[in-house]
Design a protein around this ligand. Sequence first.
Ligand SMILES: Cc1cc2nc3c(=O)[nH]c(=O)nc-3n(C[C@H](O)[C@H](O)[C@H](O)COP(=O)(O)O)c2cc1C
Length: 214
Amino acid sequence: MTGLDIAALRRDYAMAALREADAHTDPIRQFEAWFADAVAAQVPEPNAMTLATATRDGVPAARVVLLKGIDAQGFVFYTDYRSRKGAELTENPLAALVFLWKEIERQVRISGSVSRVTAADSEAYYRSRPLGSRLGAWASHQSAVIASRDELEERLRDVTARFLDGNVPLPPHWGGFRVVPDEIEFWQGRQNRLHDRLRYERRPSGWSMTRLSP
Ligand SMILES: Cc1cc2nc3c(=O)[nH]c(=O)nc-3n(C[C@H](O)[C@H](O)[C@H](O)COP(=O)(O)O)c2cc1C
């Protein structure tokens, strides 16, 4: 090793505070406000989020995906339904998301149930993607083992030849999932590890908000 002292890496957080009085009663509105702050602060890839899933037996897995839409119902991302995450979400439709916007000392955690978006929504988003990405969705069976890089490039050549007119339809195995939140927690770094944490929970009467100890 390089002698780098990982345990000594630390940073004090002092940029902002999160007060109940300033927080929206609706966590989706609060998320949108923080997302706008992340964009304004030029956080790179502010829509990158860690997605945690689990098998039916509770074996967890996590990876980064991109948020592609948010509405009153929830948080949408797109993927290959045949991928590991796709299989896990099909057998166990629960997920957690984490956004880390470290440049503004914020984290957002979301958990809830997951469902597929409509084929019409997947189609609309798929059509907005660059040609190369649309072809890639046909060429790659995400998360399957392949023999080599060459095999992947060969498949790309095949699908490019198949869709020579550039009219690449939505693959049946590809589309969006929506995480419908039951819980959303906003974390704002503060000094001396006394961070602010506000957690919203969905109740029959609407969203409740509580403060958690850091
Ligand atoms: C910044 C970033 C963004 C990504 N966005 C997506 C995405 O939107 N959809 C997706 O399927 N994979 C995305 N990936 C790739 C996933 O992290 C992962 O490798 C892939 O989806 C396979 O995961 P799985 O085998 O658990 O299904 C992204 C990776 C990174 C680093």
